[in-house]
Every structure is written in structure tokens, then in C-alpha cells.
Write a protein that binds this ligand. Structure first.
Ligand code: NDP
Ligand code: DXP
Ligand code: MN
Length: 379
């Protein structure tokens, strides 16, 4: 029985992780769960799964929750760390949104936990720290992000030196059929209308701006130790091929399936084995009949260009890219800026930053904070 600490239990990935745990009670037990402030969503889950420990974002949420449950309630980033290093926990599923997940990931690695990582912002913010700790402690990071799970599965039994390139597929997001001119005046509601996936708000906006693919390129660079020149992105509007690996002999391995995050979530939890997943729709290629592929246009999607540039520059540039994006997306969701201002704010934050080579954790955390403040209040 694997004991699981689930960070981000009330989110899109969190809820689907609980679906998987519920499906295999003989395999998995929810030992601890963390969420932000959504007590209404969390309470029935706590009652159903009876985790030993609960983490919330702040004191106020703790007071609200404490009236209803008997479990100890921990708070904030320290709480995320505490539940990630408990001796009895085997697997930490990091499904929080944002770089808030970074310190707990590092501590979980140091405690030699298996890490199922959905939280791509952590790898973009400080991939060099996460991967060097993972190497030092001999810990495998099991990707939950669908593209990275596809690449991980395609690399099963292969040698790293045989990789010619990684091919990451992009649906194109909510605005894939719009020109840049047509993006002026698009609404939050329009942007949240993803054609293929039902996900949390932030990642859905990232898909629409193509920053999600940019973050995924950087995530792939760190997870698979592949240079940026060997990571390609193509448009594939059906989201059936979740990503591919081309090898030196030109053979291409791909992983396919209906768009359902329970598949990569469960794979990360059962790796290297597989279990039945009966509620997921089977892929019926005869019904789909045709799959489409298009070249990616980085003039149409400047967020992808900025992500490649930040990734290639390295050091603290990707910390700034991520923090500026998180804050700008939040401002857009709050109705304070337009959709196109997301990318201009990120561009400005990158231009204003003086790159720091190989930043340590405290430098990363202060760059993250300063960038958010600059994007929110000064640009
Ligand atoms: N959704 C998807 O299909 C995919 C998501 N991902 C990645 O997975 C991660 C999660 O995405 P998603 O599930 O969509 O996001 P959601 O916004 O749906 O969920 C985020 C979760 O994090 C919690 N949370 C937010 N802030 C804090 C905090 N300070 N302390 C503790 N918990 C916090 C939220 O709690 P509360 O509900 O209380 O706010 C919620 O449980 C992201 O990094 C995303 O990029 C990757 C691939 C696919
Ligand atoms: C489900 C998943 O992994 C998301 O990251 C998804 O890839 C978003 O779709 P696009 O970014 O391709 O629109
Ligand atoms: Mn993805």
C-alpha cells in the first residue's frame, strides 16, 4: 500500500488523483492532503479519505476548517514541507499551482520520497536545483504533465544518447484559430474555454497564450536533460498524440490516448507497472479518422519564443519568466489587464532583469517575489 501526500488536493489534478486513489483502495492511501483556501471543496474530501494530516494556505482557513475536523492542520509553505517529509509517506504528488511548490519538492527529494510532479512551475523556476538534488539523493521525478508522461513512456528502456529530438504536441489552446489582431478584447471567459482539456484556470490561460508549451519545453529540458535545440513543438489540435521521441535511427515513439489526465496521474503512481483505468474513454482511431499537425509559429505565439530564449539564457531568467507569467495571468483573471498585456508584461520583466548564473534557493525566492511585485505594481 503506497501512502500518498497530495499537494493541491482540491484542484483539477488533485481531484483526478483522488479518483485514482478511490479506484484502487488496495494500492493507495491518502496520508496527507494540502489545499489553499477552498474549505467547501476540501471538507467532503477530508471526510471521505480521512487523511492523517491536512495543510491549508493560512491561519484564517485553518480556523474555519478546525471547527469541522479532528485532524491536525498545518499551515503554508512550512506545512507543505512537513507533510512531504513524514516518514510514513511514500509518494508526494505535487499538484499545487505555481512556484509555491518549490521548497516542498526540494525537501521531499532530500527525504528520498517518490515524487509525482504535475507542478511544472517548480521546474521552470529552479530546474537546476531540483534536478541536482534528485541526482544527489537518487530520486526519480515521475512526470504527471501529459506530454512529459508521454515522453517518459516513449523513453522506457531506451538510452539517453539515442535521443535525436523530443517532439512536444500543442493543442493550440482556446485561441488557436484567431489571428493576433483578433486577440484584442478577448475575455477571460473566452480564454478559459479550452477545446480539449478541462483544467485549472491558470494553466488554461497558459494554453491560450502558448506559455504552457513554453513552460513544458523548459520542464522537458530539465526532466530529460535534453538541450533546447533538440526540443521541438508542433501543433496537433486533437490532443491524441501526447508527445513523441525521435531517436537517432529516425524511429519515432509516441504515446497516444484520449485526453484524460487520470492516465498520466495513475501511471506516475503505479510506475513501472500499470493498473486498469476503466472510467477512461478508450481511443477509437476510426472515429477520429484524421489527425492534424502544423508548424508552430513563434511570431503568432511570442510566449513560446520568450520561453525558449529564457531557457537558453539559463540561470535566473526562467525564474523571472515563470513569476512574471504567474502574476500577469492572475491580473488577467482579476480583469485588471487584457490578454495581450500578459505577454508584454513578461517581455518587460525579462528585459529588466540582470541574469544571475546558478542562483541558490534564497536568491530564487527573492527574484520570484521581486518579479511578482514589479509585474503587479510597476509595469
Ligand atoms: N489541470 C491539468 O490538467 C494539468 C495541470 N498541470 C499542472 O498541475 C498543477 C496544478 O494544476 P491544476 O490542478 O490545473 O490547478 P488548480 O488551480 O485546479 O489547483 C491548484 C491546487 O493548488 C492549491 N493551492 C493553490 N495555492 C496553494 C497554496 N498556497 N498552498 C496550498 N495549496 C495551494 C489549490 O487549492 P484551492 O482549491 O484551495 O485554491 C488547488 O488545490 C499546475 O502546475 C499545472 O500547470 C499539468 C498538466 C495538466
Ligand atoms: C493536459 C496537459 O498536460 C496540459 O498541459 C495540456 O497539454 C494543455 O494543452 P495545450 O497546452 O496543448 O493546449
Ligand atoms: Mn501538458
Amino acid at each position: 500500500m503506497k501512502q500518498i501526500a497530495l499537494l493541491g488536493a482540491t484542484g483539477s489534478i488533485g481531484i483526478q488523483t483522488l479518483d485514482v486513489i478511490r479506484l484502487h483502495p488496495e494500492e493507495f492511501n491518502l496520508y496527507a492532503m494540502a489545499f489553499g483556501r477552498n474549505v467547501d471543496k476540501a471538507l467532503p474530501l477530508i471526510r471521505e479519505f480521512q487523511p492523517r494530516l491536512v495543510v491549508v494556505q493560512d491561519e484564517e482557513t485553518k480556523d474555519q476548517l478546525a471547527k469541522h475536523i479532528d485532524q491536525p492542520i498545518l499551515i503554508g509553505a512550512d506545512g507543505l514541507i512537513e507533510v512531504s517529509v513524514v516518514d510514513d509517506v511514500d509518494v508526494v504528488v505535487n499538484a499545487v499551482m505555481g512556484s509555491i511548490g518549490l521548497p516542498a519538492t526540494l525537501k521531499a527529494i532530500q527525504a528520498r520520497k517518490v515524487i509525482a510532479i504535475a507542478n511544472k512551475e517548480t521546474l521552470v523556476t529552479a530546474g537546476h536545483l531540483v534536478m541536482s538534488e534528485a541526482k544527489k539523493y537518487g530520486v526519480d521525478l515521475l512526470p504527471v504533465d501529459s506530454e512529459h508522461s508521454a515522453i517518459y513512456q516513449s523513453l522506457n528502456g531506451e538510452s539517453k544518447q539515442d535521443i535525436h529530438k523530443l517532439i512536444i504536441t500543442a493543442s493550440g489552446g482556446s485561441f488557436r484559430d484567431k489571428s493576433r489582431e483578433e486577440l484584442v478584447g478577448v475575455t477571460v471567459e473566452d480564454a478559459l474555454n479550452h477545446p480539449n482539456w478541462s483544467m485549472g484556470a491558470k494553466i488554461t490561460i497558459d494554453s491560450a497564450s502558448m506559455m504552457n508549451k513554453g513552460l513544458e519545453v523548459i520542464e522537458a529540458h530539465w526532466l530529460f536533460d535534453v538541450p533546447y535545440d533538440q526540443i521541438h513543438v508542433i501543433l496537433h489540435k486533437e490532443s491524441v498524440i501526447h508527445s513523441m521521441v525521435e531517436f537517432v535511427d529516425r524511429s519515432v515513439m509516441a504515446q497516444l490516448g484520449t485526453p484524460d489526465m487520470k492516465v498520466p496521474i495513475q501511471y506516475a503512481l503505479t510506475y513501472p507497472n500499470r493498473l486498469d483505468l476503466p472510467m477512461t474513454k478508450q481511443l477509437e482511431l476510426e472515429e477520429i479518422a484524421t489527425l492534424h499537425f502544423d508548424k508552430m509559429d513563434t511570431v503568432r505565439f511570442p510566449c513560446l519564443r520568450m520561453a525558449y530564449e529564457a531557457g537558453r539564457a539559463g540561470g535566473s531568467m526562467t525564474t523571472v519568466l515563470n513569476a512574471a507569467n504567474e502574476e500577469a495571468v492572475q491580473l488577467f483573471l482579476e480583469g485588471k489587464i487584457s490578454f495581450l498585456e500578459i505577454e508584454s508584461k513578461i517581455e518587460r520583466a525579462l528585459e529588466q532583469h540582470q541574469r544571475i548564473h546558478n542562483p541558490d534557493l534564497s536568491t530564487i525566492l527573492s527574484i520570484d517575489k521581486e518579479t511578482r511585485e514589479r509585474v503587479r505594481f510597476h509595469s
